[in-house]
Design a protein around this ligand. Structure first.
Ligand code: THU
Length: 130
């Protein structure tokens, strides 16, 4: 597996998941073009809609530290069913990271790999605003 270290980082990132409401832990790790890895977890809020997903935590952390280009994003949960990014995260990934490799890994250690455009075909982008 090409992204072994990235997947490991996504799995490890679950340890800080703040998910007292759903009890659904998610970890994510994004690999920037210059080879750095940024991790994130889901952080829930008692006002539910203020929750942020692990994918966006990781990407926002990277961008807030000056990263602009990305290669891959790994997402991990504890379940048998794969962690699959929600619609909001698919939009953010497509917008901020573009066409990257998205690696999904479940609690059994299985792996599935997609491209951004497979998870979000025909996206809304900044070009739509021109
Ligand atoms: N969640 C993520 O962190 N990533 C996803 O791709 C799907 C959902 C989180 C949000 C919330 O804390 C919990 O999982 C249940 O929806």
């Amino acid at each position: 597996m090409k992204y072994k270290e990235l997947v490991k980082a996504a799995r490890k990132a679950k340890r800080y998941s703040h998910s007292p409401f759903s009890k659904y832990r998610v970890g994510a790790a994004v690999l920037s073009a210059n080879g750095r890895i940024y991790t994130g977890c889901n952080i829930e809020n008692s006002s539910y809609s203020l929750t942020i997903c692990a994918e966006r935590t990781a990407l926002f952390k990277a961008i807030s530290e000056g990263e602009k280009k990305f290669v891959a994003l790994a997402i991990s949960n504890d379940e048998k069913k794969f962690a699959s990014p929600c619609g909001a995260c698919r939009q953010v990934i497509s917008d901020l990271a573009g066409e990257i490799d998205i690696i999904l890994t479940n609690g059994k250690g299985k792996i599935k790999e997609f491209k951004t455009s497979e998870l979000l075909p025909y996206p809304f982008t900044s070009k739509n605003l021109e």
